[in-house]
Design a protein. Structure first.
Lengths: 314, 314
C-alpha cells in the first residue's frame, strides 16, 4: 500500500468537495514555556474542532467519497465518535445512515445520532452483538459499511491530519504524540511521516491495546475500562495499525487515568480547550515526564476529540 | 499618536518577554460554506485562547511591560475580564496586584481573582464606587494603574491582535467584525488596519455605547444590561476608542440578545468553541444578515473571550 498516495488522494477529495465538511483545523504553535515544558515548541493540532467533534470525520468522509454510495446508504456499528462521524458525514452528503449500538449506549448519545439524521438501531447487550446485527443488516441492504479504524480509506483519511500539520508548519515536527484506541489515527499519522518524525503511541493504562500487542508480539484482545474507554476503548489494535506501527512507531507509553484527567482539566482551565480525555494524553505524557522531549525539540500533540459534556469541565 | 509604531512596540515586547505569557493565538481560515455564509472565507481569530481567557491580557501586559512597576505593584478596578487579565499579567511578572470590585461581583469571580494571587478589595455597591476607592488607594500606594480600555498601551496591546491576523494570513482581511464595550479592542484593531480593512463595530442592543455616541455626536453615558453586559457593559465609549473609530470605523451595528445567544450556542455545538456571549456577535451579525459580506469577501471575526461557565453550554 502506498500510503502517501492514498493520503494525498484523501486530501484532494476533501479539497474538491463543495460541502466544506472536512475542516483544515488550526495548528497552534506555542513556545514550550507557555505550557511549562522544557522544549523549543509544543504544537497543538486542534483536531477536536473538526466536524463531528473528532478526527474520525476525516476517515469516514474519505470512505464515503471514495465509493459509490448505494440507495440504502451507509451503515456502522458504533455508539461513539465513529458513529457520530459517520452520521455527520452521511448528512453532509444527503445519504441514508444506519447506526447500530448496544443497549448500554446512553440515551444522550442515541439522541445525538438521531439529531444528525441517523436511524439508530439499539440491539445486543455488548458491542460485539450490535456489530453482528450490523453486519447481518449490511448483507441484506448492501449499504456501505464504515469501520471505526480498520479500513484503508479510514486510515488514509486520518493521515491527512499529519499532512496538514506538515504543510502548515512548513516542516515535520521532531515528534508527534498520538492517542491510540483501535489505532486508526496513529496508523494514518505514522504512514504519512514514516521516519521523518518520531511518532509516539500513548494509551491509558486501562486500555492498552497496542502496548499489550507489542508485549505479545501480535494483536490480542484486552480488557478496557477507565476514563477514556469511551473513545479509546477498542478491545484490540486494528490489523492495519499493527502493521504500520510495527514499522514506524518506535515507542508506546501507558498513562494513568489521574494524569489524563489532570491534563484534560489543564487544557480547559489554562487554554480554554474543551476536550475529551482521549485528547489529553499528549499533555499528560509531557507533564508527567513519561515522554521527555529534548530542549531543542518541537513536539506536536494531536488534540483529537471534543466530545465532552462541558458541565464536567466547570 | 503613531499607532503602528506603538503596536509594533507592543508586539516586540511580547516577543522578547521570556515568560511566554502572551500567546500568538490561532487564525482559523474556513470557507464561508463551512459556516453557512455566502462569502469566500470566514477567518476566526481564536483570541479566546489567550492567557486569562480574553484579549484583555495583551493590553494589560503591554502596560505592565512598558512601565517600571513599583514595589506596591499594579492596581485595577474591575470584576470582569480586565481584572482577571491584570491579575494574570501581574502573576506572570511576579508583582503584587490589587483588584477593586463592587459587592455585586460574584463570589466565583472573586475567588478566580484570588486564585490568580490578587488581593481582592470588595467595596461599594456599584462599579463607580469601587473605582473611586481604587483611585484613592492608588494615590496612597503609587501602584501602577491599569484601565480596562482607555489607556494608549492598552489599546496598542489590543492592536497586536490585528497585526497577528495580517501576518498570519499574509494580507489584511476585507472586513473585520469586532465587539465593542469600552472600545479598547476595536480601537487597537482599527488603528492597525486603518483603511486597509473595513472594520465594523458590533454591540448588543442593550449595551450600545458606540452606537449612541455616534447618534449623539460625542460619547455619552448609556444604560447597559443583557446577555453580554458582563464583558461589554462599559457605560461609555472610551475617549481613545471614540477618536480612532470616528476616523477608521465606517459602520456600527446593533444585535439582539437572542441572536447573540444563538450564535454562542452554534459556536459550541458546531465548532466546539467555548466562548462568552461577547465573542459571538460577529457570527450573530453574519447569521442574521445584519452584516452581509460580498460573495468574494474574506471576513474576519475576532473571538474575543472564553470566560463562560461551561455548564451553560451543555
Amino acid at each position: 500500500m502506498n500510503w502517501a498516495t492514498a493520503i494525498d488522494a484523501a486530501a484532494q477529495r476533501f479539497a474538491r468537495d463543495g460541502h466544506g465538511f472536512i475542516r483544515r483545523t488550526p495548528l497552534w504553535q506555542l513556545p514550550g514555556a507557555a505550557l511549562g515544558i522544557d522544549c523549543r515548541e509544543v504544537w497543538l493540532k486542534l483536531e477536536h474542532l473538526q466536524s463531528s467533534g473528532s478526527f474520525k470525520a476525516r476517515g469516514m468522509y474519505n470512505r464515503l467519497l471514495a465509493h459509490p454510495i448505494p440507495f440504502s446508504g451507509v451503515i456502522v456499528a458504533s455508539g461513539g465518535n465513529a458513529g457520530i462521524a459517520t452520521a455527520a458525514a452521511a448528512r453532509a452528503l444527503h445519504v441514508r445512515c444506519e447506526v447500530f449500538v448496544p443497549t448500554v449506549c446512553s440515551p444522550a448519545k442515541q439522541s445525538k445520532l438521531r439529531e444528525l439524521g441517523a436511524k439508530v438501531v439499539v440491539t445486543g447487550s455488548v458491542y460485539a452483538e450490535a456489530l453482528e446485527a450490523c453486519l447481518q443488516r449490511q448483507k441484506e441492504t448492501g449499504a456501505l459499511l464504515t469501520h471505526a479504524y480498520d479500513q484503508p480509506e479510514v486510515v488514509a483519511g486520518a493521515g491527512t491530519v499529519a499532512q496538514e500539520i506538515e504543510h502548515r508548519a512548513g516542516r515535520a515536527p521532531d515528534s508527534v504524540l498520538v492517542s491510540v484506541g483501535g489505532g486508526g489515527l496513529i496508523a494514518g499519522i505514522a504512514a504519512w511521516f514514516e521516519q521523518r518524525s518520531r511518532v509516539v503511541a500513548l494509551e491509558p493504562e486501562l486500555a492498552p491495546t497496542l502496548y499489550r500487542a507489542r508485549e505479545n508480539g501480535a494483536p490480542v484482545d484486552v480488557d478496557v475500562s477507565g476514563i477514556a474507554a469511551d473513545s479509546l476503548g477498542a478491545k484490540r489494535i486494528g490489523a492495519i495499525a499493527w502493521e504500520v506501527t510495527q514499522q514506524h512507531v518506535p515507542q508506546a507509553l501507558l498513562l494513568p487515568d489521574a494524569a489524563i484527567l489532570a491534563a484534560q482539566q489543564a487544557l480547559w482551565k489554562d487554554f480554554k480547550l474543551a476536550v475529551e480525555p482521549a485528547a489529553a494524553l499528549g499533555l499528560a505524557a509531557l507533564r508527567t515526564g513519561a515522554y521527555q522531549p529534548a530542549k531543542d525539540e518541537n513536539v506536536c500533540l494531536v488534540i483529537c476529540g471534543a466530545n465532552v459534556d462541558p458541565a464536567t469541565l466547570a
